[in-house]
Design a protein around this ligand. Structure first.
Ligand SMILES: NC(=O)c1ccc[n+]([C@@H]2O[C@H](COP(=O)([O-])OP(=O)(O)OC[C@H]3O[C@@H](n4cnc5c(N)ncnc54)[C@H](OP(=O)(O)O)[C@@H]3O)[C@@H](O)[C@H]2O)c1
Length: 264
């Protein structure tokens, strides 16, 4: 199976903190010595990351807001591809999480809800669409290429306090299955990364960090388990409690979708 170890150049979108930052640094340490591009809005964090981890010269950075207007986002993606023609993998770790209480509809901030949808789903479909011409071209030249959407264990069954977040992750999960099935013949491998609750800044906005920190996987534990799956070339990469959740409710779904597509 082709895997992350075959990649020459990996872009990690949403790597100024948390899961993206930790996976980017672990990928940088692979024996295959890929170039890694860290990416997000907070330039000072990207600068600090590159300054503190760039002994090899293989760590690069690019600032990007994934909520850019559609044409501006397309231009930014084309610029990244032109700057890094060896780019053969994109990991989408950008995401936000917001709580909504539908028992009090007057409190629902639809701007915030729609921003969550745009960040966690729409922007990712857009970026995938804009990266694909380049990745398909490399794939057709015989180089395996990769898309790594980061969904969540909550894509499988929801935590009701963050209902829109879970819906965005379910949408991304479903999209990942369809794209994995469609793009296999183009030598573009879509590998969904499915984290459980993990130490990060994601929950800071809701003030739930302290409570959740009693249950979460540390970034170190999470990164180790996920990198093992990525290096093995697993077709999807759940970790921690998401492994059992996936087995119980999702086992066989990818294969069934592949059969259905083959029949159409
Ligand atoms: N931690 C968990 O328990 C958990 C569990 C399951 C899934 N996940 C998923 O894992 C991914 C990473 O989350 P995390 O836990 O590592 O959270 P985090 O520490 O808050 O990191 C989120 C990242 O997303 C980036 N981002 C947010 N909005 C962006 C925008 N408009 N443009 C560009 N980048 C943007 C942030 O960068 P800037 O702010 O610098 O732009 C940051 O690097 C998310 O998709 C999340 O849903 C997390």
């Amino acid at each position: 199976m082709p895997s992350i170890s075959d990649c020459k150049c990996v872009l990690v979108i949403g790597s100024t903190s948390g899961i993206g930052r930790s996976l980017a640094l672990a990928i940088l340490d692979l024996p295959s010595q890929p170039t890694v591009i860290v990416c997000g809005r907070r330039k000072e964090r990207l600068d600090e990351l590159v300054a503190s981890h760039n002994a090899t010269g293989r760590l690069k950075s690019v600032t990007l807001d994934v909520l850019l207007e559609r044409n501006a986002l397309k231009s930014s993606i084309e610029e990244i591809v032109n700057t890094y023609p060896d780019l053969d993998a994109v990991l989408f770790s950008s995401g936000i999480q917001r709580a909504f209480d539908f028992t009090r509809p007057d409190t629902i901030d639809l701007d915030s809800l729609e921003c969550e949808l745009a960040t966690n789903y729409t922007s990712i479909v857009r970026m995938i669409t804009f990266f694909l011409p380049h990745l398909i071209k490399l794939g057709e030249q015989g180089r395996p290429t990769f898309l790594y959407p980061v969904s969540s264990g909550l894509s499988i069954y929801p935590a009701a306090g963050v209902p829109d977040y879970c819906a965005t992750k379910s949408a991304l999960h479903s999209l990942s299955i369809s794209l994995a099935v469609q793009l296999k013949k183009k030598n573009v491998h879509v590998v969904e990364i499915i984290p459980p609750l993990v130490e990060s800044e994601l929950h800071g906005f809701q003030g739930t960090t302290q409570g959740l920190s009693r249950f979460w996987l540390t970034l170190e534990e999470y990164t180790k388990e996920t990198m093992e799956g990525l290096v093995r070339g697993d077709p999807y990469v759940p970790a921690g409690t998401a492994v059992d959740r996936y087995k119980k409710f999702e086992g066989g779904k990818l294969e069934a979708a592949a059969r259905l597509y083959g029949q159409s």
